[in-house]
Design a protein around this ligand. Structure first.
Ligand code: MSP
Length: 669
């Protein structure tokens, strides 16, 4: 019987569309699951959705749907996304599944019977976005008492809740972490958790009465189970606990829970303690990876800085996106997403290195060997060294992947691809062809073998490219019929088999309006300050919310042709609601007003060319819309951070305001 491997992703909130940040975890889990299957493990790869809670209840209400109708729609879209990304999950758990609800209620009863939970009156700060409570000290550490992740003011809540005795298990957990160095990875994260536990654990609120969209507490139906206990339980309810203990025993303990670093404490403190209270073994590992950032901040829907994975796949191909996401950032660290980095990665690694190697090799086989794989002949030291490199690749990939170093595994593969390109230059097969040297056969055969091995070890990461390379080598059977270990063998290509050179695998991406990095930055800066100045000076520009970030602007010709931008380009502009606290004329400038505005957690000064249309005092108290992430500019000696939006016809200028009051700083989307 083969060994089992159980890997999970977080269950994603069914509150909106997922972005490339969520896809990052799922793609990483998918690569690991594919790798383990290839290594012969029986794998259970679980993902799913977290569907209860106040945030989702409110969202559903805001669009006039019942919570269940609302989450059903979101879940269908999430499953579509996983189809687009070719995610090979084996289980998809929804916290609204009946079996899951049954498990959660069973656990609640059990904890109550064991006196691990008790009821008390509770008052605390709460962020609906995080679905988390914050102590007085934590809340006061956030500027303006506004959640730094969601930009929303914390809410004060008071209610009767059930509490779980976390503190009771703190010492046991510390001991477990010490004795199992692999339990929390990477190591830096383990230290963070140990410090947190040593500071003392407070008992945890695990039920709520102020909303109804959740799993009812079995013996107190006025209370619902608070999201985190509901959510974490998915990892065991999905495999049968406690009603199908045979199935549960097959998979538990999980080999790895893959998560983003912001939910580490839930997974490395609350979850293990809950399992201890249930007398269950702990997962073997919790691996917290870093964030994909955009513009230096965690990509997040609430902050409005997200990138749509479906759009990326449409533009650049699935394998290019899978490769980029898995290769770009060392697994565990944070990384910045930029379209420049994406295009550079595709061009350098996939077009120049891998694509080119395939194309060059097959062109030479076509030209010098009538498309047939030649028989190897004489071998020189450089050939032998190259062959050894290729043969060592499988092991090198295993060493990285066994420690979940996904990016490094891809780096190892690309090292060999790079070596192969260099080998061609060193050996000059065309010179060998000129003299009819039989070593030509050796070189071409070795290059074809290199491609076969590379295709084979690329299987965990890419989904179409490995078989495309495989088929172009004229292999007699599909790649699926070959084991992982075959990548560690030499000589599987039969001399004489017919190769097919197809189209280049990854055509180079040319972005016509890209300037060299330094110049581009400068140009963008000049452009930004020019625009703000124009707003002040040029009547026709007073209202302009021009979206001209050169980073993602379409090629000039495209814009001229269609006038259209993509949704990603639009999303680069962050619009926010600001309340005018004060307004005054700018000395020496007839058209300019200086506004002081409140954005929830910060105050800013904005200069706007609206003095001929508004009396300053009429603006105070109005909620206006501002372009939030515009580079600051100095206008007539006054600094302006952002730009207000206004509409204008021939005579009238009218600033944009909101239809009903919202919290200052709210994103406009
Ligand atoms: N529902 C909880 C998780 C419960 S698990 C028992 C939740 N959901 S979430 O929808 O907010 O997803 C969070 C996870 O998505 C992160 O832990 C991470 O895996 C992934 N990511 C979301 N944004 C991300 C980035 N910008 N970068 C990397 N991963 C990101 O929290």
């Amino acid at each position: 019987m083969s060994e089992t491997y159980y890997i999970t992703t977080p269950i994603y909130y069914a509150s909106g569309d997922l972005h490339i940040g969520h896809s990052y975890t799922t793609l990483a889990a998918d690569a690991i699951a594919r790798y383990k299957r290839l290594r012969g493990y029986e794998v259970f790869f679980l993902t799913g959705t977290d569907e209860h809670g106040l945030k989702i209840q409110r969202k559903a209400e805001s669009v006039g749907l019942s919570p269940k109708e609302f989450v059903d729609g979101i879940v269908a879209k999430i499953k579509d996304l996983w189809r687009v990304l070719d995610i090979t999950y084996d289980g998809f758990i929804r916290t609204t599944d009946d079996e899951h609800k049954r498990t959660v209620q069973w656990i609640f009863n059990k904890l109550y019977e064991n006196q691990d939970i008790y009821k008390k009156n509770y008052e605390s700060w709460y962020c609906v976005g995080c679905e988390s409570f914050y102590t007085e000290t934590q809340a006061r550490s956030f500027p303006g008492m506004v959640c730094p992740d969601h930009g929303k003011p914390l809410e004060r809540v008071q209610e009767e809740s059930y509490f779980f005795r976390l503190s009771k298990y703190a010492d046991r957990l510390l001991k477990h972490i010490e004795e199992n160095p692999d339990f929390i990875q990477p190591v830096s994260r383990r230290n963070e958790v140990v410090q947190f536990i040593k500071m003392g654990l407070e008992d945890l609120c695990i039920s709520r009465t102020s909303f109804s969209w959740g799993i009812p507490v079995p013996f107190d139906p006025g209370s619902v189970v608070y999201v985190w206990i509901d959510a974490l339980t998915n990892y065991i309810s999905a495999i049968g606990y406690p009603f199908d203990m045979e199935r549960f025993g097959k998979w538990w303990p999980a080999d790895v829970h893959l998560i983003g670093k912001e939910i580490l404490r839930f997974h490395a403190v609350i979850w293990p303690i809950l399992l201890m209270a249930l007398d269950l073994p702990l997962p073997k590992q919790v691996f917290a990876h870093g964030w994909l950032n955009l513009g230096g901040k965690k990509m997040s829907k609430t902050m409005g800085n997200v990138v749509d994975p479906v759009e990326l796949v449409r533009r650049y191909s699935l394998d290019a996106i899978r490769y980029f996401v898995l290769r770009e950032v060392p697994f565990g660290a944070d990384g910045d997403y930029t379209e420049e980095a994406l295009v550079a990665r595709i061009n350098s690694d996939l077009a120049n290195d891998l694509g080119n190697l395939v194309y060059r090799t097959l062109t030479m086989v076509r030209k010098f060997s009538k498309t047939r794989v030649p028989a190897p002949g004489r071998e020189e030291p450089v050939d032998r060294e190259f062959k050894e490199r290729c043969l060592g690749l499988k092991k090198a990939v295993e060493e990285e992947m066994d420690h979940l170093r996904i990016s490094s595994a891809l780096e190892r593969i690309m090292d060999v691809v790079g070596r192969a390109n260099k080998y061609i230059d060193e050996v000059s097969p065309w010179d060998l062809a000129k003299t009819g040297d039989p070593r030509l056969g050796t070189t071409l055969y070795y290059l074809c073998e290199c491609l076969r091995i590379a295709a084979s070890v690329l299987r965990p990461f890419m989904v179409n490219t490995p078989s495309a390379i495989w088929n172009s080598l004229g292999m007699p059977e599909p790649i699926e019929n070959y084991s992982w270990d075959s990548a560690g063998e030499w000589g599987l290509l039969e001399p004489g088999q017919i190769t097919k050179r197809g189209k280049p695998l990854f055509p180079r991406i040319e972005i016509e309006d890209r300037e060299p990095a330094g110049e581009k930055e400068q140009a963008a800066e000049e452009k930004a300050s020019k625009e703000v100045l124009q707003v002040a000076e040029d009547k026709t520009q007073e209202t302009g919310a021009k979206v001209t970030d050169s980073k993602t602007a379409p090629a000039a010709e495209d814009r001229e042709e269609t006038g259209l931008i993509t949704i990603d380009q639009f999303r680069q502009v962050q619009l926010r609601i600001a309340e005018v606290l004060a307004a005054e004329k700018v000395k020496g400038a007839d058209k300019l007003l200086k506004l002081t505005v409140n954005l929830g957690d910060e105050e800013r000064q904005i200069v706007a060319g609206i003095a001929q249309h508004y009396d300053p005092q009429d603006l105070v108290g109005k909620q206006i819309v501002i372009a939030y992430n515009l580079k600051p500019a100095v206008i007539r000696g006054v600094e302006s951070k952002g730009m207000l939006l206004a509409a204008k016809d021939d005579e009238t200028l009218s600033i944009l305001t909101v239809d009903r009051k919202v919290k200052n700083g709210s994103p406009v989307s």
